[in-house]
Ligand binder design. Structure first.
Ligand SMILES: [Zn+2]
Length: 380
């Protein structure tokens, strides 16, 4: 088996060299002929800053947190300090995102630590959610996508494009806290399951666990009109994975952005910590299933960044720093280069073609204006 794979790799490599030589030197990277990835999970953590990913909890923000507040706000602040305050940056980020800084940092790659010369950003110019998700999922920064209104995306996502291909038809699904994923993925016509906001999941046969998740979605207090707390959509997505085993899965978590807008640094950190725990759960679930084990790539990134210092709560066109993002990759084709230093800049518009290329598909053959695949995360 191993020998056969090696021979086919050499043949494929020769074909790849031939095809590269046949095209102009400036030709963008093609989808690789060699790939072990058969499934991709894309997790997006809404508005989570690169600063916390790479530095852990901000010491200054933690110090001032809740000091002038009575009652349970003070208690929550104390708890956040206990959980996330540490003496060094390495300890702080490990405390906040233990999966990121153990498994992904040793077996995958992380872009976006500007202090080490790695830049990741959005190019849409808006620095808010719908344009950020759309740029990531379509590969295009379309100026028509200029609001967070829950309207159908003018462009298909790479998920819709893959679902139209024979190998992936019926094997694509998207789950998100935010109801606007219905518009972003064009749920009315995209042809695959999109479950978002407070909608119950009814696309698969009921199970006791799914019934309870749908009940919690219906009955839990609604702090935000357009999205439930992250645990419900997350566990709904995992229920779907066990039932249908999709090859291309999106999971959108929203609490980081909501708590940041609310100015609650403690809850923002808790949401980030929980998101990291969910990455671990997804990874461990998939490594336990033969359909996914050693042939699944996990991609993680936010839809935009946020401001710095006291502006940490904000993002958008008036907060230039909120164009700054980060991204993480973990899978069988991604060389384990860890935290990237002095790397070429990467943009969210490259994710659609990268995701497709990891699956051996050339997205830019259909959408030549999409960002090019990130070659560094392929070809281990
Ligand atoms: Zn926001």
């Amino acid at each position: 088996m191993q020998i056969k794979r090696s021979v086919s790799r050499i043949l494929c490599a020769a074909m790849l060299v031939a095809s590269v030589n046949a095209s102009s030197p400036a030709a963008p990277a093609q989808a690789p002929a060699i790939h072990q990835t058969e499934n991709v999970v894309l997790v997006m953590i809404d508005g989570m800053r690169w600063q916390e990913v790479f530095h852990g909890a901000d010491s200054k923000l933690l110090e001032t947190l809740g000091s002038d507040m009575p009652g349970d706000a003070k208690e929550r602040a104390d708890l956040a300090r206990q959980r996330y305050a540490r003496a060094t940056e390495a300890e702080r980020r490990q405390a906040l995102m233990p999966f990121m800084w153990s498994v992904i940092s040793s077996q995958g790659q992380l872009f976006g630590n500007r202090d080490l010369g790695s830049d990741s950003h959005v190019i849409n110019g808006f620095n808010f959610s719908y344009p950020g998700y759309s740029e990531t999922l379509t590969g295009l920064a379309d100026p028509r996508v200029d609001s967070n209104d829950n309207v159908p995306n003018p462009n298909p996502t790479v998920f819709e494009w893959l679902n139209e291909r024979p190998d992936f038809a019926g094997k694509v699904a998207a789950f998100g806290a935010w109801e606007v994923f219905n518009g972003i993925f064009r749920s009315q016509k995209c042809g695959f399951v999109v479950n978002a906001g407070y909608d119950p999941l009814t696309a698969i046969p009921a199970t006791p666990r799914l019934d309870l998740l749908n009940t919690l979605k219906r009955e839990t207090v609604r702090i935000w009109a357009d999205e439930p707390f992250d645990p419900v959509p997350f566990h709904t997505a995992m229920e779907y994975v066990e039932a249908k085993k999709p090859r291309v899965l999106f999971v959108g978590l929203g609490e980081t952005d909501d708590w940041a807008h609310a100015g609650s640094y403690a809850e923002y950190l808790n949401a980030a910590h929980l998101a990291d725990e969910y990455l671990r759960q997804i990874w461990e679930l998939m490594q336990s299933m033969p359909e996914y084990r050693d042939k699944t790539t996990l991609i993680v990134l936010p839809d935009h960044g946020r401001g710095m210092g006291v502006k940490w709560t904000d993002h958008g066109q008036k907060v230039p720093a909120s164009m700054q993002t980060w991204m993480a990759f973990l899978g069988p084709d991604t060389p384990p280069l860890g935290e990237r230093k002095q790397a070429l800049p990467v943009t969210e518009s490259q994710i659609a073609a990268t995701l497709a290329a990891l699956l051996g598909e050339d997205y830019r053959a259909t959408f030549p204006k999409a960002g090019v695949p990130i070659g560094d995360v392929m070809g281990k």
